[in-house]
Design a protein around this ligand. Structure first.
Ligand code: PEP
Ligand code: MN
Length: 335
């Protein structure tokens, strides 16, 4: 349920209302915007008499929220959330950033070289997998803690904030200096992991599950936010369909749908969505045009010899070309 307060509502009366609702067992989410103050109630509101609340002097309107996600709901928080991702960079509410780097961190030389290249082209964050979710147990599983240390070395040398995936809450001890923690598609509904991340106060990049609806995705964001961590960035990375020409099917309509349903920012990963390097540019441009708040793109210095996802990885030169095309279309983006 949301309670829209009148402009210039008496502060004492607002506090009284808040205290009364809390005493009834509700969590209150206050959203103070430039033009409106919204009080969001979380809990079973079926026993609240809407008419009593509507009759209060400070209340403009009261509305029940049908959607099961509350904290993530735009009705709770009309303005776009802007997430501070480190190094003075922000995502959401008009702030756009590109995260780029290899699928897997392979060596210091590799990650530092790629970090320097992508920074030169305009990437705002460095990505790289240290804990890799691989379909085959015999495939390269990542350098683990050492991979994170190499990312941190690349961060020291370039100043780029880093984003890397977590697969198990027991590994959180390695993530203290990671700027953005990624939850991969395969863990989107690992609810115990999401609850642990809800206890942190740092940005979480939540990728859409391989076969999950937008509502399920938002419920996963809700798990993180329910713990008090409101810094969630969504990432559309393609979903499983009957189509086999591409690795996944990029659901770009999810971008404007997400912007309608939630105040959280959404970025697009055209690399995992298509699985094919030549498709990354057209899909990156399309994502920027339809209003994405950023992109995640895989870049490798030697794609044919990459230890994972070489077929979809761009060379630094190709990445530079993609950034130019994305920047050219951004002024015309639908937002
Ligand atoms: C990745 O970004 O490295 C990754 C494994 O992506 P996804 O979870 O989208 O498959
Ligand atoms: Mn990858």
């Amino acid at each position: 349920m949301i309670i829209l307060l009148k402009n210039h509502a008496d502060e004492q009366q607002v506090n009284n209302l808040q205290a009364w609702l809390k005493s009834m067992g509700f969590d209150i989410h206050m959203s103070v915007g430039a033009s409106q103050t919204i009080m969001g109630l979380i809990g079973d509101t079926s026993r609240v008499d809407i008419e009593v609340i509507k009759s209060l002097e400070i209340v403009e309107t009261v509305q029940r929220i049908q959607e099961p996600y509350k904290n993530a709901n735009r009705k709770f928080h009309a303005e776009d959330s802007v997430i501070d991702v480190g190094g003075g960079k922000k995502i959401g509410g008009g702030h756009f950033e590109i995260m780029a780097g290899p699928c897997s961190v392979e060596s210091e030389e590799q990650i530092v070289m790629i970090a320097k290249e992508v920074k030169k082209s305009g990437a705002g964050l460095l990505r790289g997998g240290a804990f890799k979710p691989r379909t085959s147990p015999y495939a390269f599983q990542g350098l683990h803690e050492e991979g994170i240390n190499l990312l941190l070395e690349a961060k020291r040398q370039t100043g780029l904030p880093i984003v890397t995936e977590i697969m198990d809450a027991h590994h959180l001890k390695y993530f203290d200096d990671v700027d953005v923690i990624q939850v991969g598609a395969r863990n989107m509904q690992n609810f115990e992991l999401l609850k642990e991340l809800g206890q942190l106060r740092k940005p979480i990049l939540l990728k859409r599950g391989l076969a999950n609806t937008i509502q399920e995705w938002l419920m996963s964001a809700e798990y993180i936010m329910a713990g008090g961590n409101e810094q969630v960035i969504l990432c559309e990375r393609g979903i499983r369909t009957y189509e086999t020409a591409t690795r996944n099917t990029l659901d770009l309509s999810a971008v404007p749908v997400i912007h309608k349903l939630t105040h959280l920012p959404v970025i697009v990963d055209p690399s995992h969505a298509t699985g094919i390097a030549s498709l990354v540019k057209p899909m990156a441009v399309a994502a920027a045009a339809c209003g994405a708040d950023g992109l995640m793109i895989e870049v490798h210095n030697d794609p044919p010899h990459a230890r994972s996802d070489g077929a979809q990885s761009l060379t630094p030169e190709a990445f530079d070309d993609v950034v130019k095309a994305v920047n050219a279309v951004r002024p015309f983006a639908c937002r």
